[in-house]
Ligand binder design. Structure first.
Ligand SMILES: [Zn+2]
Length: 271
C-alpha cells in the first residue's frame, strides 16, 4: 500500500492510496467513522434551568458539541480501573453557570468550563440556548470517550470518503478548440491558453462526463484508475485528521491480528 499526502491543514487531510483493493479502503473509512474514539458529553446534571429549552434538549445539544480529544491521557470508561464509576482517567467534567444580564442573551459553547484544558469545545461559538433577562442555566456535564458505533456524537469525522483517481485524456489531433469543454466542466479542469487546451487539477473531476458528451469531435476521454484512490478525511476538530487515520490503521491492524489468531486457532496470549 502506497500513501502519498496531497493536502493537509488543521481539519482536512487528502492523500492518494495506491495498490490496495477498494474493500480495504472501505474498511478504513468505516473504522474512521465508527471506531476511532473521541470525547463527547454523555451525561449532565442540571442544577437550575429556567431557559426556554427542556433539560433533555439541552443535554442533546451539549452532546453534539465536538470536544478536543486527548487520546493519550484517557481510557474508555468501560475499560477503566474505576469500573464505570467515573474518575479523572476516564471522564472530564465541564461546568456551566450563566444568568442572563441583558434582555436577550445567547449562551455559547465557550461558557462550558472544563476541568482539563486539553478537553474543551472545538469552537467557542456553538449556540446552546437563548435566555431572557433573569433566566439561568447551571449544570455539570460529564464527557467520556466513545465511538461513532455507539452514537454519532463520537464520530471524529464530519466527512470521510474516497473516489477513484479520475483520468482525463485529450486528443489534441481531434480537438478543434471549440471551447465547449471549458464552459461545460463544472470543475474548470480545461483551460484555453495560446490556442491550446490544457488540463489542470484533474483530481477534482467528478466524472460527470459533461465534457465527453458535449465535445463534438470526440476528443476527450474520461475514465478512472481502479488502483489509485483519492481519500479525503475531514475532522470535526476533535482530533487532527492524520491522527484519525493513524488510529484507524492501528484498529485495522488489531482486527487483522485477531482474525489471524482465530484462523490459526491460536491467541496472541498462547504465543
Ligand atoms: Zn475511571
Amino acid at each position: 500500500m502506497k500513501i502519498k499526502e496531497t493536502f493537509i491543514n488543521d481539519s482536512i487531510l487528502r492523500f492518494t492510496l495506491e495498490g490496495v483493493d477498494v474493500a480495504v479502503a472501505n474498511a478504513l473509512r468505516r473504522i474512521m467513522t465508527s471506531e476511532v474514539p473521541t470525547m463527547a458529553i454523555d451525561e449532565i446534571y442540571v442544577a437550575e434551568n429556567t431557559t426556554p429549552l427542556f433539560d433533555e434538549v439541552i443535554a442533546h445539544r451539549l452532546g453534539l458539541i465536538p470536544l478536543k480529544t486527548d487520546l493519550d491521557s484517557y481510557v474508555p470508561k468501560d475499560k477503566c480501573s474505576c469500573e464505570g464509576v467515573g474518575c479523572s482517567r476516564c471522564q472530564v467534567i465541564l461546568s456551566l453557570d450563566k444568568k442572563a444580564e441583558s434582555d436577550v442573551e445567547t449562551i455559547y459553547s465557550d461558557a462550558l468550563k472544563s476541568d482539563d484544558s486539553k478537553v474543551t469545545p472545538v469552537s467557542p461559538n456553538i449556540p446552546i440556548t437563548k435566555m431572557i433577562r433573569g433566566q439561568r442555566l447551571t449544570l455539570e456535564a460529564y464527557a467520556r470517550l466513545g465511538t461513532g458505533k455507539e452514537h454519532a456524537k463520537w464520530e471524529p469525522v464530519s466527512a470521510c470518503f474516497y473516489k477513484y483517481k479520475p483520468l482525463v485524456e485529450l486528443d489534441t489531433v481531434k480537438c478543434n478548440l471549440c471551447g465547449v469543454c471549458v464552459s461545460e466542466c463544472p470543475k474548470n479542469i480545461f483551460k484555453i491558453e495560446k490556442n491550446k487546451i490544457t488540463l489542470e487539477n484533474t483530481d477534482t473531476c467528478i466524472l460527470c462526463l459533461e465534457c465527453v458528451n458535449k465535445c463534438k469531435p470526440n476528443a476527450i476521454h474520461v475514465s478512472y484508475d481502479k488502483n489509485n484512490l483519492l481519500f479525503t478525511i475531514e475532522s470535526t476538530g476533535s482530533l487532527p485528521p492524520e491522527r484519525i487515520f493513524l488510529e484507524a490503521l492501528k484498529i485495522f491492524d488489531d482486527k487483522l491480528s485477531e482474525l489471524k489468531s482465530i484462523i490459526t486457532g491460536k491467541s496472541e496470549v498462547d504465543k
